[in-house]
Design a protein around this ligand. Structure first.
Ligand code: CAA
Length: 258
């Protein structure tokens, strides 16, 4: 593993854990941190031993958003040319499932980062919000689209227009968190889910993630088409034959990831 300055990286068997680690700035997502985070996620994605990823900011804060200090002197043309949000596309393109373990603030780009993940486990202290309106901006890393599709037009509109935050329990009710756990159990629960996903046939996991993401991001016709092709494609995988045969033989399947 390369030496990282703003993140911590850990392997726990088949689960790769990336922890944002810039506590003095509440994990504000400045470019060096985002670059390291994306590189670590991509490196786990390419590692055949790793089957699921956990992304967290630790117990105090997930991330307080894009770095307002870094952006303070940026012109519109700088923003266009730097195109920093393109890093977010690389997170979106990670093929393995990413479980966000969110504790404390997930604001602005932090909330958008959590929503780019595939499963969100929240600690009781988690707070989600899109406060960009308060600094004369709007969400720029997918928040207007993903929050609206997740929480519905009216809640998303209220959160994005007022900047109001919601707590972990409301996030769970609104579909923005899969479950809420006490802070001390957050990482354990996220890893437990990761271990569970690691037991599943990896090609199916990869194609299922892509198909569900498609449902979230496009029309039902395009999603159904991708789902059907993925489903047919899986009959070319050794794991689907193993899985079906194991069911018929009444034994536990052994998946080789092929
Ligand atoms: N960017 C840069 N620095 C940040 C930051 C951010 N988004 N959020 C917090 N910090 C820094 C603070 O400046 C402070 O640094 P100093 O000690 O050097 O002054 C340190 O982190 C601690 O922050 P606070 O003293 O403010 O801590 P608090 O507990 O009083 O408040 C908070 C916490 C409510 C999260 C508050 O820090 C805050 O409102 N942060 C900004 C949140 C925000 O507006 N996020 C959206 C950013 S824009 C965006 O994300 C665009 C996009 O869609 C991509």
């Amino acid at each position: 593993m390369p030496d990282y300055e703003y993140i911590l990286v850990e392997r726990d068997g088949p689960v790769g854990v990336v922890t944002l680690n810039r506590p003095q700035a509440l994990n504000a997502l400045f470019t060096p941190l985002v670059r390291e985070m994306v590189e670590a996620l991509e490196s786990f994605d390419a590692d055949p031993e790793i089957r699921a990823l956990v992304l967290t900011g630790g117990l105090r804060v997930f991330a307080a958003g894009a770095d307002l200090k870094e952006m303070s002197s940026q012109s519109a043309v700088d923003a266009l040319l730097n195109n920093r949000i393109a890093y977010w596309d690389r997170v979106r393109n990670i093929a393995k499932p990413i479980i966000a373990a969110v504790s404390g603030y997930a604001l602005g780009g932090g909330c958008e980062l959590a929503m780019l993940c595939d499963i969100i486990v929240a600690s009781e202290t988690a707070r989600f919000g899109q406060p960009e309106i308060n600094v004369g901006l709007i969400p720029g890393a997918g928040g207007t689209q993903r929050l609206t599709r997740t929480a519905g037009k009216y809640k998303a509109m209220e959160m994005i227009l007022t900047g109001a935050q919601i707590d972990a329990f409301e996030a769970e009710r609104r579909g923005l968190a899969n479950r809420v756990v006490p802070p001390e159990l957050l990482l354990e629960e996220a890893k437990r889910l990761g271990f569970e996903l690691a037991e599943k046939p990896p090609i199916s996991v990869r194609l299922a993630k892509r198909a569900v993401t498609k449902a979230f991001e496009s029309t039902i016709e395009a999603g159904i088409e991708l789902e059907r092709l993925s489903f047919y494609f899986l009959f070319a995988s050794e794991d689907s034959h193993e899985g079906i045969q194991a069911f018929i033989d009444k034994r536990k399947p052994e998946y080789g990831g092929r």
